[in-house]
Design a protein around this ligand. Structure first.
Ligand SMILES: Nc1ncnc2c1ncn2[C@@H]1O[C@H](COP(=O)(O)OP(=O)(O)OP(=O)(O)O)[C@@H](O)[C@H]1O
Ligand code: SF4
Ligand SMILES: [Mg+2]
Length: 325
């Protein structure tokens, strides 16, 4: 059974009478020991997908359709109390703006202790011992539990946040841009740590990033989002070498280091659409070099083109959208 299975998820933000269709019909699953990298331009709905799974949407955000299964539990209809029970125990999240994840006036260890005590109902001493073990695991000296957030460097804070995400032994960890704010050397160390912990604890990981080179090196499977839609999903190898969607090929072409050779970087003309009023038909049609009349009128189905390789394009599998070198 998949650890996470998302089926036709639609999450909208309401602004008066209008709605921002931030996630609009997204389906994917992640098995234990698997990392799905979710990539796409800013504003395409990656964080909204994560917040929907954690049921942490802001007040004007609502899941309007679809199902989210965490293990054997469908969670979209659970009450706030029921979901609080599952949060951290079944699924945890490393937030996009990690620097703000801890309260600046409380010691870091005490904040993690609180999470463990609330969830596991254990004594302070037991929780402190767990935090020491977790600190050790993520490469922090256990005595640094007593530090305040401002006494940690960015990399150390990220390690503490990873420790917190593992505190209640979840089966799914969502990491939303976990290394974006760090320099490259620290980034690599944190990515190595995440990989090591994932293997050790057999975690399912949803790894969100806009950086395709990070996806290529760290994820088994890849999901490419565009304007609230998941337009392609498959193994990293299939998506990077034999992509089935024009947007994926443009995105790969816009990154220098995914395939390795030196090449002229591509520019994706136009901008992503306004999700208050997205284009009819295929949302990518105003920017797509392969668009035909049908693309302006009919929304393409998200379908399996090759085994385990899905795409949402009328011509996926028929035309070749190879990355232009
Ligand atoms: N509270 C909100 N109210 C209205 N619209 C929102 C709200 N939060 C996000 N949005 C909009 O929803 C869309 C998806 O946003 P989201 O934060 O999920 O994107 P993202 O892919 O995580 O982007 P980034 O790469 O910049 O983090 C964007 O158009 C954004 O402006
Ligand atoms: S459906 Fe048409 S517009 Fe959309 S990606 Fe495919 S070819 Fe391009
Ligand atoms: Mg985001």
């Amino acid at each position: 059974m998949a650890v996470l299975e998302v089926e036709n998820l639609k999450t909208y933000y309401y602004l008066g009478k209008e709605s921002v269709k931030a996630v609009d019909g997204v389906s994917f699953k992640i098995e234990a020991k698997e990392t799905l990298g979710l990539a796409g331009e800013s504003g395409c709905g990656k964080t909204t997908t994560a917040y929907s799974i954690m049921r942490l949407l802001p007040e004007n955000g609502r899941i309007v359709q679809g199902t989210i299964r965490l293990g054997d539990e469908e969670i979209t209809a659970l009450s706030e109390e029921e979901i609080r029970y599952l949060r951290w125990r079944k699924a945890s999240i490393i937030f996009q703006y990690a620097m703000n994840a801890f309260n600046p006036v409380l010691r870091i260890g005490a904040q993690i202790v609180e999470v463990i005590r609330e969830k596991e109902g254990v004594s302070k001493e037991e929780a402190r011992a767990t935090v020491s073990d977790l600190f050790d695991e993520v490469g922090l000296e256990p005595k640094r539990q007593r530090d305040y957030p401002h006494e940690f460097s960015g990399g150390m804070l990220q390690r503490a946040i990873i420790a917190q995400s593992l505190a209640c032994d979840p089966m799914l960890v969502i990491a939303d841009e976990p290394v974006t704010a760090l320099d490259v050397i620290v980034q690599n160390k944190i990515l190595d740590l995440l990989r090591k912990l994932q293997e050790k604890y057999e975690l399912a990981v949803l790894f969100i990033t806009h950086d395709l080179s990070v996806v290529a090196e760290n994820c088994h499977n890849v999901g490419i989002m565009y304007a609230g839609n998941l337009v392609e999903v498959g193994s990293a190898k299939a998506v990077f070498k034999h992509n089935l969607h024009p947007y994926t090929s443009k995105l790969i072409g816009a990154f220098p280091s995914v395939i390795g050779e030196k090449k002229r970087l591509q520019f994706i003309p136009g901008t992503p659409p306004n999700l208050l009023n997205p284009p009819a038909g295929c949302r990518f049609h105003p920017r797509c070099p392969y668009a035909q009349d049908i693309c302006k009128e009919k929304e393409p189905m998200y379908r399996e083109i090759k085994q385990g390789h899905y795409a949402k394009c009328h011509f996926a599998g028929e035309l070749s959208f190879e990355v232009i070198e």
